[in-house]
Design a protein around this ligand. Structure first.
Ligand SMILES: *Cc1c(COP(=O)(O)O)cnc(C)c1O
Length: 224
């Protein structure tokens, strides 16, 4: 199947209100353009340099989402154009994003990334860390970031019940944060969960943003 056929078929399986982030990491601009010409406008990358390079040469109505781990010293390269950072996992990172957004006279939307998987290697906050962050004076003073929801990755496993439980956990964290800190902020709406192998489960559990790469563009070749 071609990229455009894959996109059409995935889009037909999304519930209303669920948006598709086409994860184009490692893929060339021609592949992104093929997706673009089907009407796809949201693309996800996990490396700052790669995203900045692609931004420079591709149409400017693309919404670029940073989905991978972000180092504070690299925020400046994407601050002028990124539309959503899914991977905020510390107060220090959020504070850097706030400063770089201010320099660019914009407000950058961010998601708090939670560690919901059983693997040790996945990045993300614990609930306790998120509460600390959201209660901090430093966070209250930020004027150039907006937290619009949460993100998480389920364990890489074939056990569907485990994946479902982890997505439920993320949804319950989302609900708790919404009630505790965002009742007056209607923009706190995003639940970024679900990848190629588990996005149908994620949608059943309330996902609003699915991040899909290999089911659109094919397997990634990391030897480069
Ligand atoms: C690569 C990646 C995806 C997409 O993974 P696929 O299995 O190819 O759909 C989604 N989210 C994050 C954070 C990723 O790094």
């Amino acid at each position: 199947m071609s990229i455009s056929e894959n996109i059409t078929s995935i889009k037909s399986s999304l519930r209303p209100g669920v948006r598709l982030v086409a994860v184009s990491k490692t893929k060339p601009t021609e592949a992104i353009l093929e997706a673009y010409h089907t009407g796809q406008r949201i693309f996800g990358e996990n490396k700052v340099q790669e995203m900045a390079d692609k931004y420079a040469i591709l149409p400017h109505d693309i919404e670029w989402h940073l989905i991978g781990h972000l180092q504070t010293n690299k925020v400046k390269y994407i601050a002028p154009f990124v539309s959503l950072i899914h991977s905020v996992d510390s107060l220090k990172l959020l504070s850097t994003i706030d400063k770089e957004a201010a320099k660019n006279e914009r407000i950058i939307d961010c998601l708090l990334q939670f560690h919901i998987a059983s693997e040790e290697t996945k990045f993300g906050l614990s609930e306790e860390e998120a509460h600390q962050l959201l209660r901090s004076e430093e966070y209250s003073a930020m004027q150039h970031i907006r937290i619009t929801g949460v993100m998480g990755m389920a364990t890489f496993t074939s056990n569907e019940e485990q994946i479902r439980e982890e997505f439920r956990k993320l949804k319950s964290i989302f609900n708790c944060l919404k009630e505790t800190y965002f009742t007056a902020q209607p923009h706190f709406t995003e639940l970024s969960m679900g990848m190629s192998d588990d996005y149908l489960i994620a949608i059943e559990e309330g996902s609003t943003l699915v991040r899909i790469g290999s089911s659109i563009f094919g397997e990634r070749n990391y030897i480069k």
